[in-house]
Write a protein of this length. Structure first.
Length: 107
């Protein structure tokens, strides 16, 4: 019975740490760039776009498709960076857990 109480204490401790890490992740601000910095997208830790900056030199009618592609690329760059940062933070939290390889946490 004592082991069960100790395990419950560890679960509560890990839950508190998980909430703290999730709050840190949500508070992240990640910038993604494309076109050599002509387009910059800023995402929050949940992957939601909060800002976009476009170099004025791209505002020509014949460059609309290029601009659209650059925005998508900048968004992907920021999202990839954000996911990597989130995985790093979660990895430190789950370091002692026997999770299967490739399993993302939280689910």
């Amino acid at each position: 019975m004592k082991d069960l109480m100790g395990m419950m204490g560890k679960v509560k401790e890990m839950q508190a740490k998980m909430e703290k890490v999730q709050a840190e992740i949500a508070g992240l601000s990640i910038e993604g760039r494309s076109g050599g910095g002509l387009v910059t997208v800023t995402l929050d830790g949940k992957g939601q776009m909060s800002a976009i900056k476009i170099d004025p030199s791209l505002f020509r009618e014949d460059d609309v498709e290029i601009l659209e592609d650059l925005i998508v690329a900048a968004h992907k760059d920021a999202k990839d960076k954000g996911e990597a940062q989130a995985q790093e933070k979660m990895a430190s939290l789950t370091a002692g857990l026997p999770l299967p390889p490739g399993m993302k946490f939280p689910f």
